[in-house]
Design a protein around this ligand. Structure first.
Ligand SMILES: *Cc1c(COP(=O)(O)O)cnc(C)c1O
Length: 222
């Protein structure tokens, strides 16, 4: 079930700050996505390739699909024809593969680099060295010609220690400021914040939040 009140409230909160809402619809049915679509939502995020391509084929074609989950190289080809933004580039090899598929599609694919900011072992992402390396290759060697690097994504630790979460967001924001500059014609993206921590993420400079359970209810993984 979609929580329309929660949606309206979040939109009301984010719009004046020009923060983009990506509605994370993983595991949720088509009808739930349509319910938010009818309220005007166009940006949706999914984590699983198979699920995304099934939904994409059944839903309105003006939805902007964000891929936010761990992406395997051998599956990039399935989403390359339509994906709006990949938030989860967590290694250079994956970026090479996305570039290759973009060349095949004769398009430019917009990507965020996912940075590992949490202390937990399980979360994917690169460190600042790897980030710097990719930026240098792109700028100095014209690497990844069919990739547009649009910014950074990160997930904070899953903890009740708010000061820890805040520090992780600050750390990501400072990397974003170092490596990405928005211009009036090209708005860069700092994708940070989920249901539990989006307000803090916005305070710390996020301009794109990925919210699932507050909009669609808790997920039921079978
Ligand atoms: C599932 C997911 C979200 C949304 O999580 P909620 O806590 O339901 O808001 C955001 N970002 C990523 C990368 C996710 O996998």
């Amino acid at each position: 079930m979609v929580n329309k009140e929660s949606y309206q409230q979040i939109i009301h909160e984010l719009a004046p700050k020009q923060v983009k809402l990506v509605a994370v619809s993983k595991t949720k049915p088509i009808e739930d996505i349509l319910a938010l679509y009818e309220l005007g939502q166009r940006d949706f995020g999914e984590n699983y390739v198979q699920e995304l391509i099934e939904k994409q084929s059944q839903l309105p074609q003006d939805i902007r699909w964000h891929f936010i989950g761990h992406l395997q190289s051998n599956k990039v080809k399935y989403i390359a024809p339509f994906v709006h933004l990949i938030h989860s580039i967590d290694n250079e090899k994956l970026l090479h593969e996305v570039n290759k598929q973009a060349i095949k599609q004769n398009c430019i694919i917009h990507c965020l680099l996912q940075i590992h900011i949490a202390q937990e072992e399980t979360k994917f992402g690169m460190n600042e060295e790897e980030l710097k390396n990719i930026i240098n290759k792109k700028n100095n060697e014209s690497a990844f010609p069919n990739i547009f690097l649009k910014g950074l994504m990160g997930m904070a630790s899953n903890t009740v220690d708010l000061s820890k979460i805040r520090n992780e967001f600050k750390n990501l924001k400072s990397m974003y400021d170092t490596y990405f500059q928005s211009s009036p014609s090209n708005k860069m993206i700092l994708s940070m914040g989920m249901s539990s921590d989006y307000a803090m993420a916005v305070e710390e400079g996020s301009n794109a939040v990925r919210i699932g359970s507050l909009l669609f209810g808790a997920r039921d993984y079978k």
